[in-house]
Write a protein that binds this ligand. Structure first.
Ligand code: DAH
Length: 335
């Protein structure tokens, strides 16, 4: 084997190392780097091709070229490894940068609904009574004459029916004029003692104006037990009104009349310098207890009814009841 072949292989190896080192240095992504590795150090790569020429070398020459080839291979492998590490690091850094969350960016606002002032008033009243040991009950808005009037000690010819102008429906049906009908339904289904609050919508043939609406809301109160007295009614309503309107509230009970209570009273509170009528109440009339099969000699009870709109208007200083119904967002956003 001639020396020229030996030198040829040596210089081929040097040229390969130079070229490959340059190419590896300029690689900017992992794909290119892998292609370079296959191209130079792969099974059919350039280094293997050059070494195939070793067959022509003599036995003394071969180890010499073998040693050089190894050096070249190690140098290239080292360059590939270093570059691989650099590119991998760069890739992760780029990814981190791209995926960074800027927590100082302003959020995307989502419009939030709010509680309607009527509903929040109902909830406040119910919360107070639940705190006093009452449970919430409900009844239908379409009622019969019996539940709305008859069982509440208000027979057909009773003058008190004029107090509540009624919407009548075909058949023996009507739109309930008050939540007092829930008293009867609840007592029919339950045994005393009982304590309930019943919120709901009621209907009257009233001309709509700043203080009247044909559809409005009431909350009914009913407590039946042995030995309930008028003082229990007074104490309960005073405590409720104190929680609703504040500590130093002046409250008076004024004699009144309702067919379903005896005696009956209307409750006034002094609110911002003025006396306001806030609820009707009284001791449950024995005829009402009889209508549901309770023995009036054993049980007594008290009842009360309040207008939710009235409370909402006082609490929020509203000038017109209609604002509560016409869904004007400029109004509703204030609550
Ligand atoms: N139902 C009466 C009304 O609508 C209000 C009322 C008064 C309810 C006295 C009662 C009560 O439970 O005891 O005018």
């Amino acid at each position: 084997m001639t020396t020229s072949t030996l030198t040829q292989i040596e210089s081929d190896l040097q040229a390969l190392q130079q070229e490959a080192t340059g190419a590896i240095a300029t690689a900017t992504d992992l794909d290119t780097l892998e292609k370079l590795r296959v191209n130079y150090l792969g099974k059919k790569g350039q280094l293997s091709q050059i070494l195939r020429g070793m067959g022509k070398l003599s036995a003394e020459e071969r180890p010499k070229i073998g040693a050089i080839a190894n050096q070249v291979k190690e140098a290239l492998q080292g360059a590939l490894d270093t570059k691989l590490e650099t590119l991998q690091k760069a890739k992760i850094e780029a990814q981190l940068k791209a995926e960074t969350l800027d927590v100082t960016m302003p959020g995307v606002g989502r419009p939030l609904g709010k509680m309607h002032p009527l509903q929040s008033t109902i909830d406040r009243v119910l919360d107070i009574f639940v705190g006093l040991g009452y449970t919430v009950a409900e009844g239908p808005q379409i009622e019969t004459d019996y539940y709305n009037f008859e069982a509440l000690n208000t027979p057909a010819d009773h003058p008190a029916r004029d107090m509540q102008d009624t919407f009548y429906l075909p058949g023996d049906r009507l739109l309930r004029t008050h939540t007092s009908s829930v008293q009867i339904r609840h007592m029919e289904q339950n045994e005393p003692p009982l304590r309930i609050v019943a919120p709901g919508r009621v209907y009257r043939r009233d001309t709509v104006d700043a203080t009247h609406s044909a559809v409005f809301h009431q909350i009914e109160l009913l407590a039946i037990d042995k030995n309930l007295k008028f003082t229990d009614l007074k104490g309960t309503l005073k405590e409720f009104l104190r929680q609703m309107f504040g500590e130093d509230l002046e409250v008076t009970f004024r004699a009144s009349y309702f067919p379903f209570t005896e005696p009956s009273a209307e409750v006034d509170v002094k609110w911002q310098g003025k006396w306001l009528e806030v609820m009707g109440c009284g001791m449950v009339d024995p005829n009402v207890l009889k209508a549901v099969g309770y023995d009036p000699e054993v049980y007594t009870g008290f009842a009360a009814g309040l207008g939710v709109e009235r409370f909402a208007m006082v609490l929020h200083k509203l000038d017109d009841i209609r604002r509560l119904y016409n869904s004007d967002l400029r109004f509703l956003r204030q609550f």
